[in-house]
Ligand binder design. Structure first.
Ligand code: IPE
Ligand code: IPE
Ligand code: MG
Length: 264
């Protein structure tokens, strides 16, 4: 297959079936904290930049694996509002890498009918070339009807809520009119469903300012795998874990416990 041929849709389905995934109950929205690039590189005596570069393959595998099993929304944390505090050379590399990821992969993403979006604060520190590619990718795929792939870039959950509050104040929203629906309508993408599943790699058990409003009731899966080693198999294992969870949303469980079933 040449690089211009899109991968066959559904290429990962046999793997999903082998692992025992219930394809009727895949999460609608999966969000990933792609963490551990630096440590992956360090373990191999490479530079942190090499680790980030190696993360591109993991990202693509994850995107296509998610698409293959019918995940409708995939959101990936690519750069946080706090990541500006990293060394200037690393920040510069990440800006360039994200631009290249778009340039290298937009044809295939578009071929697969994937809608590419960005969520986060626009910022003058983001190089114009990257801003242009973000705009191009967003516009080119805006009409696609397949999976929505959202890059959280210069994204912070607190920043999103602050921006929402500011716009609510500007619009003169009255206190009596503020409820969950009103707040949601001021988020960066009000039409984005809340993540059902959040996966964080690299053995860190924290949220790091990701989607603070949206993940109120998400199921969380943490894995020790470092992001560049993440792949279809790892994604499907996370989905399998999700499928064992009892999502109660504050209510009482509707699942009948095994012993009761056995006694019937
Ligand atoms: C995640 O990998 C990528 C970004 C945050 C941009 P890290 O760069 O955080 O890798 P570690 O956590 O240092 O290993
Ligand atoms: C979270 O990872 C942000 C991204 C994956 C883009 P970090 O590596 O920045 O998070 P902390 O600093 O370990 O909490
Ligand atoms: Mg990290």
């Amino acid at each position: 297959m040449t690089t211009t041929d899109p991968r066959p849709t559904g290429g990962n389905l046999p793997l999903a079936r082998t692992l025992g995934l219930d394809l009727r109950r895949v999460p609608r929205h999966v969000a990933c904290v792609m963490d551990g690039n630096g440590r992956w590189a360090q373990l191999r005596g490479l530079s942190r930049s090499d680790g980030h570069a190696a993360g591109e393959q993991a990202l693509l595998e994850t995107v296509y694996a998610a698409d293959d099993i019918g995940i409708g929304w995939l959101t990936v944390y690519a750069f946080s509002t706090e990541n500006w505090k990293r060394p200037v050379g690393e920040v510069r590399f990440l800006m360039r890498l994200n631009e290249m990821i778009l340039l290298r992969n937009i044809d295939e993403l578009d071929e697969r009918n994937i809608r590419v979006r960005f969520t986060g604060r626009s910022d003058r520190r983001v190089p114009p070339r990257l801003r242009r590619e973000i705009e191009r990718a967003t516009e080119r795929t805006a009409g696609n009807t397949g999976m929505t792939l959202t890059f959280a870039f210069n994204y912070g959950g607190r920043a999103e809520l602050i921006d929402a509050m500011k716009r609510m104040a500007d619009d003169g929203v009255r206190a009596k009119d503020i409820d969950e629906k009103a707040v949601r309508s001021y988020l960066y993408h009000p039409d984005m469903p809340d993540p059902d599943l959040v996966v964080r790699t690299s053995g860190e058990y924290r949220i790091s300012n990701f989607l603070l409003w949206e993940l109120a009731y998400s199921e969380l899966v943490f894995t020790d795998v470092l992001w560049p080693d993440f792949d279809a198999d790892e994604l499907y294992r996370a989905v399998l874990a999700f499928q064992t969870r009892d999502r109660r949303f504050g209510k009482v469980s509707t699942i009948v416990p095994e012993p009761v079933l056995a006694a019937r």
